[in-house]
Design a binder for this molecule. Structure first.
Ligand code: ZN
Length: 257
């Protein structure tokens, strides 16, 4: 009898969680109210350069991401009832590192890691305000110690992003490109580049696939991440000013129906 009750209670909890997740997904996809994203700065190493950068990180650091989403939503005529589509808040620094993704890509490893990441994100939460729709953990590295960053990621399940960024003003624009890319992953947008070559895919990874001539492109499609300058070459956009949301991405995040 007691065992049956326990199983019933567990099922009710699971049902409530599933219904809650479904409702949140529907609310976000309707774009009726602004999306709330919380950024959590994290020092990825002990360097004084990183320390200084994390200490000064503020709303101003991430404001270009808000503006980018507002401008692009405007191009697709998406309007929330309460102004801009994205509101970013900055949480106090998180003094722990997220669990690293598994090296081998076994399905069970990935599932187990994504559950651990969600648990970690819940218990590492330093934000005092209303619960976030998207949690973005931005791990800063001193470029002198880490010239090449590990991959960043954005999970749709749980809506969590982990961004590896450079602790440097010179890289602030490029950091925000990665933050916007991972944020859109959490909303269901898919990558639009060739996984082997990192070259943007034609046509969905091109900001302006109808241009004539098609190369060089002036902008990067945000989910392709690079500006195709020829069939085989692409450059990193220095900031979100050189980046657009393409039509396929717009469809994936429910800006186009
Ligand atoms: Zn991606």
């Amino acid at each position: 009898m007691f065992r049956t009750l326990r199983i019933a209670a567990a099922l009710v909890v699971l049902l409530v969680v599933a219904v809650g997740a479904w409702q949140a997904k529907r609310r976000i996809a309707s774009w009726e109210i602004p999306l709330r994203a919380v950024v959590y700065p994290i020092a990825g190493d002990d360097s004084p350069v990183t320390r200084a950068y994390v200490d000064q990180a503020s709303l101003k650091t991430y404001y270009p991401v808000e503006r980018f989403l507002a401008e692009e939503a405007g191009r697709y005529e998406v309007k929330t009832k309460f102004g801009d589509p994205l509101r970013i808040r900055v949480a106090p620094e998180v003094k722990a590192l997220p669990p690293p993704p598994p090296k081998g890509a076994g399905v069970l490893d990935v599932v187990w890691w994504s559950l651990r990441l969600r648990w970690w994100a819940w218990q590492a939460d330093t934000y005092g305000g209303p619960p976030a729709d998207v949690q973005l953990f931005v791990v800063y590295h001193d470029p002198a110690l880490t010239p090449e960053l590990e991959h960043s990621l954005g999970l749709e399940k749980g809506r969590i992003g982990v961004v590896n960024a450079f602790a440097s003003d010179a890289h602030a624009g490029a950091n925000n490109v990665v933050i916007a890319h991972e944020l859109l992953h959490t909303l269901g947008a898919s990558d639009k580049y060739d996984l082997r070559t990192a070259q943007p895919r034609f046509p969905d990874g091109y900001a302006n696939p109808g241009a004539d001539p098609v190369h060089p492109q002036r902008f990067a499609e945000i989910m392709a991440g690079r500006i195709p300058v020829s069939k085989t070459e692409a450059t990193m956009p220095p900031s979100l000013n050189a980046t657009l949301v393409g039509e396929v991405t717009a469809r994936e995040i429910a800006w186009l129906r």
